[in-house]
Design a protein around this ligand. Structure first.
Ligand code: GLN
Length: 542
């Protein structure tokens, strides 16, 4: 039987509902259950693909090519289960489907309404394809009380009545702020938030209370009484040093036992969490450290690079070192010499990006790394800029540029208009829609057997996730290869460059895909593991 856990949030946003959901999933998984995580996003965008990463954080791309919410990245990292297009839905998607059907006449003259049409569509999405799972955890984005969230709350309320008895649980994540003048953790915001939830018909079963210190017995009792939950269902979710400690801390507080008890399931033997303890130990007691520069554009909001930050930390876990990140706005290098900023750092990473602003600064960072023999990792845009740099400085093409920034006589990076997906040809036109039209999702690549990257992967056949509209132009391959930049990885049909490397450099690799999306704490991505190892080597030289 499939059981549903709905996770809602209250009081303030950014409490980490995604992490909380992922951590609960990890605990249930460690008890041997099959778990699936899904996310309902109340905003009106059809998907987060067109949203600025500075507003909404990174766009997480799945193997099947969906542009999804970054919480799906947490889900994958915590459970090891690859997310799919069917794990994330937005209000925009639901309305688009309903309106498309309405225009086609599918509703046979009915008046289309939020209840039942929108709520039915949400319920269908939530219930679809879950047969193989013991638990389906459904996270509702936003905070209770948000206008956009109402249809989603209504849909999960209805499910509480429609699903078999005893197969639904509602977990509400809230905040207990500490007020220094009173010297107390305050329960009132949580009481209000639960009152709001109950006013729309949802009685939470478990309260997960974010706090920065232990919740005194008296406050627990108060919360239980005023919010109408059992005292054992008031779970302390105290701040911890690393996100990978969250499952351990929830286990200590008995979250998994409370969930199982709610469903009348045996709480039996404790979950096996040794591997979590191992990585937390490695994070907390590193044997050394390295410093990596991230030269990017959205450095103000770290969520814009969520998977990247995690993948670098996984590289650190694998090498037992702490990876310090130095965030540098690439535009700075357009005005100033990069040397004073980059000296003393052990590696330079230029991540994915869009648009011209800051591009010349990234090119200068790539040049600095190439000339000074500092490990360089160029991801997607970071590879494209490294190729433009090599074309200008090594291959003698001073006008080399990307057509992403406008017409150029030397389009070393150009618009991708045709490529193969499986056996099908995908086509795009320059003036088409922006949403959902990139080369998205998992594509295979073939690596040259004697290349550095093939050694790192330990093989020549790889599949990685993509999200790009431009590509390095094959017409420049010969000139670049003759001058030290090797096209080491290509699409299986040999038409699209997938990876480049600078021959004779200790570690200079560019990849057209996003390896950070597939890195997990228990399976650090080989490229991040190797890049951090190269940074350690570099740190020994200085
Ligand atoms: N802007 C570049 C492109 O569209 C790179 C995209 C990226 O870095 N994800 O190809």
């Amino acid at each position: 039987m499939t059981r549903y856990v709905f996770i809602t949030g209250g009081v303030v946003s950014s409490l980490g509902k995604g992490l909380a959901s992922a951590a609960l999933a990890a605990l249930l998984q460690a008890r041997g259950y099959k778990v699936r995580l899904r996310k309902l996003d109340p905003y009106l965008n059809v998907d987060p693909g067109t949203m600025s990463p500075t507003q909404h954080g990174e766009v997480f791309v799945t193997d099947d090519g969906a542009e999804t919410d970054l919480d799906l990245g947490h889900y994958e990292r915590f459970t090891g289960v690859p997310a799919t297009r069917a794990d994330n839905i937005t209000t925009g998607r639901i309305y688009l489907d309903i309106i498309t059907k309405e225009r086609r006449g599918d509703y046979l003259g009915a008046t289309i309404q939020v209840i039942p049409h929108v709520t039915n569509a949400i319920k269908e999405f939530v219930l679809d394809g879950n047969d193989a799972y013991d638990f389906v955890l459904v996270e509702i984005g936003g905070t209770v009380g948000d206008i956009e969230g109402l249809p989603f709350f209504e849909a999960i309320r209805q499910l509480g009545q429609e699903l078999p008895r005893g197969t639904c649980a509602y977990v509400h994540l809230t905040l207990l702020p500490y007020i220094p003048s009173a010297g107390e953790l305050k329960t009132k915001p949580t009481q209000h938030s639960v009152a709001e939830l109950r006013s729309i018909g949802i009685q939470p079963d478990i309260l997960l209370c974010r706090c920065d210190r232990p919740i005194p017995r008296e406050e627990r009792r108060k919360l239980a009484q005023f919010c109408n939950v059992r005292e054992s269902a008031v779970i302390e979710a105290r701040d911890v040093g690393t996100i990978y400690e969250v499952p351990l801390s929830y286990k200590e507080e008995g979250l998994d036992r409370e969930v199982l008890a709610h469903f009348g399931l045996e709480t039996g033997p404790e979950p096996k969490l040794d591997r979590w303890r191992d990585i937390v130990g490695r994070i907390k007691s590193p044997e050394g450290e390295v410093s990596i520069a991230i030269v990017g554009k959205y450095t103000g909001l770290k969520d814009a690079y969520k998977s990247l930050i995690e993948a670098l930390s996984h590289g650190g876990i694998a090498n037992r070192v702490k990876v310090n990140l130095e965030w540098i706005e690439s535009e700075v290098f357009e005005r100033e010499d990069p040397a004073p900023f980059l000296e003393g750092l052990n590696g330079i990473l230029v991540p994915g990006g869009f648009g011209q602003r800051g591009a010349e600064g990234k090119i200068r960072a790539a040049r600095y790394a190439r000339e000074r023999k500092i490990p360089y990792f160029g991801i997607c845009f970071g590879m494209q800029m490294a190729v433009v740099e090599a074309a200008r400085s090594l291959a003698g093409i001073p006008d080399a540029n990307s057509t992403e920034f406008g017409p150029t006589p030397e389009p070393v990076v150009g618009l991708l208009t045709e490529w193969m997906r499986g056996n099908e040809l995908e086509r795009r036109v320059a003036e088409g829609d922006l949403g959902g039209t990139m080369r998205l999702g998992s594509y295979k690549a073939a690596l040259a057997p004697d290349s550095q990257i093939a050694k790192i992967y330990g093989g020549t056949r790889i599949a990685e996730r993509h999200r790009h509209r431009y590509e390095v132009n094959m017409a420049y391959r010969e000139r670049l290869e003759a001058n030290g930049m090797r096209f080491a990885g290509l699409s299986p049909d040999g038409l699209l460059p997938e990876t480049v490397e600078v021959v004779g450099h200790p570690w200079f690799i560019g990849v057209q895909f996003h390896p950070e999306l597939k890195s997990r704490p228990f399976e650090p991505h080989p490229l991040f593991q190797s890049f951090v190892a190269a940074a350690i080597e570099q740190s020994r030289l200085v």
